[in-house]
Design a protein around this ligand. Structure first.
Ligand code: ZN
Length: 430
């Protein structure tokens, strides 16, 4: 397995929830010498300084102040959440079954969650002297399963698969009537007392580890590739780059799968506030830096499907390992315009990374991502990019093993660039 994908799969395995993902990224950045800033304190920033800030445990921004002169920001933004099921509590019966009651989070492929080992991840809120505290929770064992109905009882199972979340998708926690088992498991895995547990924010997570497969190791298969493959690729590019003439910013946001309109989402205030505070601390004004700024919104894209190539557009047909995908949409569900596409392509070309294009088949409404939403708060030249993958929003997804390196190289080249808008609206790229 390439070292890159080994590291990617390690990050994914250690990130069973957005809370864990952001903590992994935070630890990595601290180890790389980044200093953590608090939103509640004044910021003093110095040339050559490296900083990170988090919000709500599931959003993170990191940036470096160049030692030399700089103008504008070069940003990447990706998301740390994935479709899953949020746990509401336990549900007793029928008979002696003990189940969890759950609610879908985002638009998942429901069938992919059946009959596979699952567990719980997220956080718990615990009482402490004079207040409350948040602790990470990950029950690190095969704990749950959502059993399907036997083919003998549902002969239509292979013809008309349809799932009712309130009836078909309740995970089995065990047998008996111990309704408190969930809370005890959660408290125990947080290293806290059961009686101090006040609230839980837990989701299901598949237990099978990701792997590199295919005859020549050309595939990477794992839960949560959307969007942790981009989270990882952009991070490595951010850390590996040489200094350019713009200020590099790395963003990971939450709640993309449910519309981003949250405190930690792209429709929240974090992105804009951090940029404004950087400007204020360094004697700049954000509107004057925006023209020389660019955002790469990095979120995975749909590869042509091997069994259903007809779902792909006739012209834009991304392949696995075909390089960075630039996403286009006439109705601006993707923020890319021709200028941003040309600059993204040029950055990839200069770093030796192949480029491909994606748009939805015109009669199929596609997904959207955080690029356009972020633009309602910080309006900036934006390219929506990603890596081609199959089975998006399944419990286990498939992408190209070489593409992880493609994104790292492209992100490093992007962060190391010097971007300046010309008098004529064109751009100089060095
Ligand atoms: Zn995504």
């Amino acid at each position: 397995m390439s070292q890159t994908n080994e590291k990617l799969l390690t990050l994914i395995r250690r990130s069973p929830s957005p809370f864990h993902a952001v903590e992994q990224l935070r630890q990595r950045l601290l180890a790389e010498g980044y200093r953590e800033l608090r939103e509640r304190e004044p910021w003093q920033l110095a040339p050559g300084g490296r900083y990170l800030v988090t919000r709500g445990g599931t959003a993170l921004m990191a940036f470096r102040v160049p030692a030399g002169d700089w103008r504008g920001f070069l940003l990447t933004a990706s998301h740390c959440d994935s479709p899953t099921f949020r746990v509401k509590g336990t549900a007793a019966g029928p008979e002696n079954y003990l189940r969890l009651s759950v609610e879908p989070y985002g638009g998942m492929i429901m069938s992919s969650w059946l009959d596979r080992p699952l567990t719980l991840a997220g956080r718990g809120i615990f009482r402490r002297r004079g207040g409350v505290e948040s602790r990470l929770i990950y029950v690190d064992r095969d704990l749950l399963v959502i059993p399907s109905v036997a083919i003998h009882m549902n002969r239509e199972a292979n013809k008309h698969a349809s799932f009712d979340p309130k009836a078909d998708l309740l995970p089995l926690l065990g047998l008996g009537e111990d309704r408190d088992a969930l809370a005890r498991l959660a408290a125990e895995s947080a290293g806290a007392k059961r009686e101090d547990l006040l609230a839980l924010e837990l989701s299901l997570c598949p237990r099978e580890p990701g792997f590199v497969g295919g005859a020549a190791g050309e595939l990477v298969v794992s839960p949560r590739l959307d969007d942790l493959q981009c989270v990882y690729g952009c991070l490595e590019g951010f850390l590996q780059t040489r200094e350019g003439g713009n200020l590099p910013v790395y963003c990971v946001l939450d709640h993309e799968e449910v519309g981003s309109a949250t405190r930690q989402g792209a429709d929240g205030t974090l992105l804009r506030e951090v940029l404004e505070r950087i400007c204020a601390a360094l004697g700049r004004r954000l509107p004057e830096e925006t023209a020389d700024s660019m955002l790469l919104s990095a979120d995975n894209a749909h590869a042509v499907h091997p069994n259903h190539p007809e779902y792909a557009d006739s012209g834009h047909r991304p392949r696995l390992n075909g390089g960075v995908v630039i996403k286009h949409n006439a109705n601006r569900r993707y923020a890319t315009d021709a200028l941003a596409a040309a600059l993204a392509e040029e950055i990839c070309r200069r770093s030796g990374v192949p480029v491909q294009n994606y748009s939805n088949r015109p009669d199929l409404p596609g997904g959207s991502t955080l690029g356009s939403i972020a633009n309602t708060h910080f309006s900036v030249l934006t390219a929506d990019v990603g890596l081609a993958q199959l089975a998006m929003h399944a419990a286990c997804e498939t992408a190209g093993a070489e593409d992880t390196d493609h994104l790292i190289r492209a992100a490093a080249a992007f962060y190391g660039a010097t971007l300046r808008q010309g008098e004529d609206g064109g751009y100089d790229l060095a």
